[in-house]
Design a protein around this ligand. Structure first.
Ligand code: ADP
Ligand code: ILO
Length: 343
């Protein structure tokens, strides 16, 4: 493999940190699952508008390709090679009263975590048989959930197009054919092995075999962040009694994309701040202060509609889950105060 040619306008972390020296050190290495540097960087090489541009094939990728991954992890999370990750999933430590009890700004709240099965390659490097095995063991574990968490699994294979499109449009299901995931090898054998589990009210959902093997999701209308977090924590604790998750003391929960390591948590609201959004500089000053990311309302790489934005914690590694949600809750409170102050 030759050193990739990155055009001038490329500003991804991959083109910034994959120097010719780093490339030469890593180009012939392979993890025990056979995952190579070429595979790790393909998404960023093919999609020059990537923000990051790399994916791991397994837990070992983070060690073997550390000269590349470590610099990206440090730049994204501010987390060093010697740092240790800490988890705290105790809802009692969260100080998050509903920032919008009258329901004027927050449309909905969603918190998700990514999880992958211990001792399995990640989706980028997994075989069809292993992926199918992940699907059946996860679905078996989910079938034991009770009460509010009990629901049904809907495999993508055989799902009719209308039902699939409606789930995507209503923000419940992952989209199909994402070019970043495609070029990372994450969409191989699509749609086999993929699906969605949800309860009747669609307040608790699990995506199976998308970017990560599990995306565990709690969501509901309005701004009761603590209720959403509490439901999620209950679900995580129940599921991990049946499915062993990949975790280590340095990187926390292991995920395909280095931005999701650690807590693997993204806590978001869909929020209407049309006045503030007219002045993007002030909007961004607040989101930067609270370490928040702004997305459009159909997920990453989408646009806002009707002044509604997806606001979520940006940091996931080196802070606890409670701190990640606290970033979002405090920042959203500040955004609402700023929106109210504008006439
Ligand atoms: P992820 O959360 O896994 O990083 P995306 O940004 O692609 O992935 O979002 C996945 C879906 O979840 C999209 O349809 C998005 O609109 C929806 N979503 C995210 N946050 C919220 C929210 N607070 N309320 C409702 N839907 C949301
Ligand atoms: N590979 C894409 C997305 C990076 C972060 N987001 C997710 C969903 N992992 C990029 O580099 O822009």
């Amino acid at each position: 493999m030759q050193y990739p040619i990155f055009p001038k306008e490329c500003s991804s972390m991959l083109c910034k940190y994959l120097t010719p020296e780093v490339f030469d050190r890593l180009k012939d290495l392979k993890t025990a699952n056979g995952f190579t540097l070429e595979q790790a960087i393909n998404s960023g090489v093919q999609n020059i508008d990537s923000g990051i541009g790399v994916y791991a094939g397994d837990e070992e990728s983070y060690e073997l390709f550390a000269p590349l991954f470590d610099t990206i992890i440090e730049a994204y999370h501010g987390f060093g090679k010697e740092d240790k990750h800490q988890s705290n999933l105790n809802p009692n430590d969260l100080n998050a009263p509903n920032p919008d009890p009258e329901g004027n700004y927050i449309v909905s709240t969603r918190i998700r975590v990514g999880r992958n099965v211990d001792n399995m390659p990640l989706g980028t490097a997994i075989s069809k048989e292993q992926r199918d095995q992940v699907e059946s063991s996860v679905v078996e574990g989910l079938s034991r959930l009770k009460g509010e968490l009990s629901g049904r699994y809907y495999p993508l294979l055989g799902m009719d197009k209308e039902a699939q499109d409606a789930l995507i449009k209503d923000h419940f299901l992952f989209k199909e054919g994402d070019r970043f995931l495609d070029t990372a090898g994450l969409n191989r054998d699509w749609p086999a092995g993929r699906g969605i589990y949800h309860n009747n009210d669609k307040t608790f959902l699990v995506w199976v075999n998308e970017e990560d093997q599990l995306r565990i999701i709690s969501m509901q209308k309005g701004g009761d962040i603590k209720e959403v977090f509490t439901r999620l924590v209950n679900a995580i604790k129940r599921i991990e009694t049946r499915v062993p998750f990949s975790y280590n003391d340095h990187l926390g929960y292991i995920t395909s994309c280095p931005t999701n390591l650690g807590t693997a948590m993204r806590a978001s609201v869909h929020i209407a701040v049309p006045k503030l959004a007219k002045d993007m500089e002030s909007f961004k000053a607040i989101t930067d202060k609270y370490h928040l990311q702004i997305r459009g309302i159909h997920g990453e790489h989408s646009e806002s509609e009707g002044g509604i934005y997806d606001i979520s914690n940006r940091r996931r590694l080196g802070i606890t889950e409670v701190e990640a949600v606290q970033d979002m809750a405090d920042g959203v409170t500040a955004l609402i105060a700023a929106e109210k102050a504008l006439v």
